[in-house]
Design a protein around this ligand. Structure first.
Ligand code: MEV
Length: 336
């Protein structure tokens, strides 16, 4: 059996705008998806997961068909999850040069599905890596990131940036602008996550922003402004000591930019009442700034606070199902 894990992520700045070529800065966090792969003698695929849905599921399908006969849990999340695994295994077969390769795959994840922490990217990255390694081959992180991006883009009808998959494959803080992807240094940021227990539909949310942007020039300007504030955030991070403790002034400045970023995402229609409520709870505690992370519509917010105040305030806030501190994951995909 071969197991790989890959981290989830939060966006410090730039989600949605990154789809249109603006820069984004996602940071990998120590919440991981673990995928175990075992080669089969036939061309079939069997996927088992306890964690991708509330109910768990087992699914088996042939590599040469695109119907999934054993998926009987009537959930969009299952359909999405099997889509991501399907595309990931197609990439693994392509990397192996063996279109008939079959696998038994088991998925465990402690990243909330669809909650803005990059669950699908982490599953896709770990699945490609485990499937390739299970057949005695290896894949370089850059190629893995590219293949994972192709898999995500296929499931999301081409509406994906490289940000989630690159960050999950490489770990740490990264910068993504179109095809230009690279790791950047970041201080040890005091990240606090609030999770409302829900999920957004990435495809729909991205399409909503595209429609606004096409209809209104000021929506297009809003996307550009997110790019500008992301560049400002990058400058702040570049001046800080990588891995060092950030000073109060830096946390205030980064927090201000995160607040601004949340306001602009809200203007683009991708926030939600639950996300706004958690953002305000964090701000009214001791967070220097807070914003939604990922596609929005529901799921998670990220705040900056070195004290315990925000985590505690979120834990007692109605509508927040879970709050936790997230460590930066310096390692991306890894063999377990
Ligand atoms: C989703 O995690 C982030 C978005 O920017 C979409 C993408 O970059 O593919 C909304």
């Amino acid at each position: 059996m071969t197991t790989s894990s890959a981290p989830g992520k939060v966006y410090l700045f730039g989600e949605h705008a990154v789809v249109y070529g603006e820069p984004a800065v996602p940071c990998a966090i120590e919440r991981r998806a673990r995928v175990t792969a075992e080669p089969r003698d036939d061309h079939r695929v069997r996927v088992e997961s306890d964690d991708l849905t509330l109910d768990g599921f087992t699914v088996e399908w042939g590599a040469d068909t695109d119907d999934h006969p054993n998926v009987d849990v009537p959930s969009n999340l299952v359909a999405a999850a099997t889509g991501y695994v399907d595309e990931a295994l197609a990439q693994a077969r392509d990397a192996l040069g063996d279109p008939e390769a079959g696998f038994d795959v088991t998925i465990e994840s402690d990243i909330p599905l669809g909650g803005g922490l990059g669950s699908s990217a982490a599953v896709v990255v770990a699945a490609i890596d485990a499937a390739v390694r299970s057949r005695g081959e290896s894949i370089e992180p850059e190629e893995l990131a590219d293949r994972a991006y192709q898999a995500e883009a296929a499931v999301q009808d081409g509406e994906a940036s490289r940000a989630d998959t690159y960050c999950s494959a490489m770990g740490g803080a990264v910068r993504v602008e179109g095809d230009d992807t690279r790791p950047i240094g970041a201080p040890e940021l005091p990240l606090v996550i609030g999770y409302d227990g829900g999920a957004g539909d990435t495809g729909k949310l991205v399409a909503g922003v595209r429609a606004l942007k096409e209809e209104y020039e000021f929506a297009a300007d809003t996307v550009e402004t997110i790019g500008d504030l992301t560049r400002e955030g990058e400058r702040l991070l570049a001046d800080a000591e990588p891995g060092g403790e950030p000073g109060d002034e830096l946390l205030e400045e980064l927090g201000d930019l995160m607040d601004f970023n949340h306001g602009l995402l809200s203007a683009l229609g991708v926030s939600a009442r639950s996300l706004d409520r958690m953002v305000w709870t964090a701000r009214e505690a001791e967070a220097t700034g807070a914003k939604l992370t990922g596609a929005g519509g529901g799921g998670c917010i990220v705040a900056l606070d070195p004290s315990e105040a925000t985590e505690r305030a979120l834990a007692y806030s109605p509508g927040c199902e879970e709050s936790f501190r997230a460590e930066l994951a310096t390692e991306g995909v890894r063999a377990e």
